[in-house]
Design a protein around this ligand. Structure first.
Ligand SMILES: Cc1cc2nc3c(=O)[nH]c(=O)nc-3n(C[C@H](O)[C@H](O)[C@H](O)COP(=O)(O)OP(=O)(O)OC[C@H]3O[C@@H](n4cnc5c(N)ncnc54)[C@H](O)[C@@H]3O)c2cc1C
Length: 607
């Protein structure tokens, strides 16, 4: 719907703010009950073009204002004062329309450890159940599976859900050598990576429709199934500016409606039951603060009347950090993504994709490996890093911190061989001005820190919702410099991978960084190149209120009776994986919680 006037005239039971990955899935699921009316307000527009639907075009519309919010952090002192980009989808479907389609599951250990932080009811068994409920998996055909290993473990997948997933059917000629090299280095192929144990080397299940070859995302997987229903209405191109709260006394506030800006005019739409914020980790804290929920000091400084003093809002920002490395391949015969820069080859691949849903454009191409700390860091070096960390963890600042518990959990994970601290992704493309050689073929090896210790924050900078929030990732600011030291070890391990066995035989030269560099030179390279892996979480954490929590176990914002959050901001601690599968699971769990609350309300009313 495009008319704000018609939208505000409707009587909605539930209003979902943000029609993104989690929000649009949740709204669609709530609408399955014809007795409730759902309104969704999304800042972006619907765009179902090739840029979104063709898997091989990933990255093409990043930073295009028609599709992307294109956030930047403030200058990061530990990353040589660079401002680090964090892309976010500004279209119906949110970031699920822009992401790289890795549909990966978390780990049993990490998910179960949420309870050590005081979170109840969100262990692996629950998340596994709801994530499977979201998935509609098509097993790879035997030819795809035989190109090299591709996941066929039926028991780990949902078959009746919404998000279509499968193994992509095109692999480049580096994938198999990479598997062989990792195996040679003692990292096993994981034949069951969605089982709660993700350690090992594997190719990922992708959120791709096996029949059409197109991206499956929140919009076509969920919303298109229900958009014909009269009880769900999506208003696009409308920016929510605040939530109206009524003070109910006894420290509780009730969300009565939502204010939004459309075509230069402000409107308010009423809600009869609940409001759910699903604007993602970067914008959810801003909406809470604009509505008077947050750290009282920050709200006062912005002139926003305090409704609920909740110091955790916008804090606990966590991300996966990534450092890209580049290498030149031996020979020129390899087919890599860089070949798509030839218009004739790109056109041929597009014709192939449109006709048969195959070829390079049907694939996101990446191959992954997940490794625990003890497998990529030499024992003596690891002991030195841990000893420095343990000293830092005894500082009063950390001992007295409300976040103390998650430091304890993260410390345990460092020595747990079931928890990946490093992810490496091999991608057959690398072009860097001045570094890659004209006419040569290249690949990129990226190292990802899966459990950074840095904690950033995000806050509104004014009362104006159109002003982007201030994002401080506090990149590489961690106790005892552990994030930087772990990345140095990750880079050195990657050098080893790139020089060993079958992959080593295909690597003519590691171009950047150089294996000959000293640790200090590698550190400087990391500071100059570390990026966001685009997995921000934590800024409205599900934690006890005494631990700086923002929402309770039922996703309800503390100090409110009917305001919830459902998006990546509620993750209290990072999972060492790509988040979208868990977020679709979150949408299903949120729908269960909201439906249970309504049934409970009905029962109470009848008594
Ligand atoms: C380039 C890229 C690649 C990625 N690749 C992967 C991958 O391969 N696998 C994976 O698992 N994850 C990947 N991710 C991360 C993953 O996609 C995100 O973590 C996830 O989609 C976030 O979902 P969300 O529901 O929290 O927020 P979003 O999907 O971002 O939804 C938020 C929605 O709220 C809307 N909104 C914001 N503010 C307002 C407002 N004031 N008023 C109205 N609407 C508003 C936004 O427009 C958006 O639609 C990637 C991310 C990026 C950027």
């Amino acid at each position: 719907m495009n008319s704000a006037l018609e939208f505000v005239q409707q009587a909605f039971d539930y209003i979902v703010i943000g029609g993104g990955t989690t929000g649009l899935a949740l709204a669609s699921l709530l609408s399955l009950d014809k007795d409730v009316k759902i309104g969704v307000i999304e800042a972006g527009q619907r765009k179902d073009d090739d840029n979104i639907l063709v898997p091989g075009l990933i990255g093409k519309v990043l930073n295009d204002p028609e599709y992307d919010w294109s956030f930047l952090t403030v200058p990061q002192p530990h990353a040589n004062n660079r401002r680090i980009p964090i892309n976010r989808g500004k279209v119906l479907g949110g970031t699920s329309a822009l992401n790289y389609m890795a549909y990966c599951r978390g780990s049993r250990v990490e998910q179960n450890d949420w309870k050590k932080l005081g979170v109840k009811g969100w262990g692996w068994d629950t998340i596994d159940r709801v994530t499977k409920a979201s998935e509609r998996w098509t097993p790879p055909d035997s030819e795809t599976a035989s190109l090299h290993w591709a996941n066929k473990a039926v028991k780990n997948h949902g078959r009746q859900g919404y998000v279509k997933t499968t193994a992509y059917n095109y692999y480049y000629d580096l994938a198999k050598p990479f598997f062989e090299t990792m195996n040679e280095l003692g990292v096993a192929t994981n034949h069951s990576e969605a089982s709660g144990d993700l350690i090992g080397v594997w190719t990922y299940t992708a959120s791709i429709d096996a029949k059409t070859g197109a991206r499956s995302y929140s919009t076509n997987a969920y919303y298109d199934n229900v958009s014909h229903r009269p009880n769900i209405t999506v208003l696009t191109d409308a920016l929510v500016t605040k939530i109206h709260l009524r003070n109910e006394g006894a420290g509780s506030h009730c969300a009565t409606g939502v204010e939004f800006l459309k075509d230069g005019r402000l409107y308010t739409v009423q809600s009869r039951k609940e409001v759910v914020i699903s604007t993602g980790s970067l914008q959810t804290p801003q909406i809470l603060e604009l509505s008077g929920i947050g750290n009282a000091e920050i709200l006062n400084s912005l002139g926003i009347p305090v409704q609920v003093d909740l110091p955790g809002v916008g804090e606990n920002f966590q991300d996966h950090f990534v450092v890209p490395m580049g290498a030149e391949l031996t020979g020129k015969h390899h087919l890599t993504v860089d070949d798509l820069s030839s218009p004739a080859f790109a056109a041929e691949q597009m014709r192939l994709f449109k006709a048969t849903a195959t070829g390079m454009l049907g694939s996101t191409l990446s191959t992954l490996v997940f490794i625990p700390a003890r497998q990529f860091i030499a024992p003596t070096r690891f002991a030195e890093i841990l000893s420095a960390l343990d000293t830092a963890l005894k500082s009063p600042e950390i001992v007295n911190s409300p976040w103390k518990k998650w430091y304890e959990v993260q410390r345990d994970w460092l020595e747990n061989d079931g928890v990946a601290q490093l992810e490496m992704i091999l991608f057959p493309s690398w072009t860097h001005a001045g570094c890659s050689r004209e006419g040569a073929k290249h690949y990129q090896m990226s190292v990802f820190l899966q459990h950074a210790w840095s904690r950033g924050n995000i806050h509104a900078i004014s009362q104006n919702a159109e002003d982007y929030p201030r994002i401080d990732g506090c990149t590489l600011e961690s106790p005892a410099d552990i994030d930087l030291l772990m990345l140095v070890e990750a880079v050195k391990y990657a050098f080893n991978v790139m020089r060993t066995g079958a992959l080593g035989a295909l690597t003519a030269e590691i171009v950047q960084p150089k294996p000959s560099w000293s640790d200090d030179e590698i550190k400087e390279f990391i500071r100059n190149n570390v990026k966001s892996a685009f997995h921000p979480i934590g800024t409205a954490s599900m934690l006890p209120r005494s631990s700086n929590g923002v929402v309770d176990d039922n996703l309800k914002v503390y100090g409110t009776s009917n305001l919830r959050v459902a998006d990546a901001s509620i993750f209290p601690i990072h999972l060492g994986t790509h988040p979208q599968a868990t977020l679709y699971g979150l949408a299903h769990r949120a729908a269960e919680i909201i439906n249970e609350a309504r049934l409970e309300e009905g029962i109470q009313a009848r008594l």
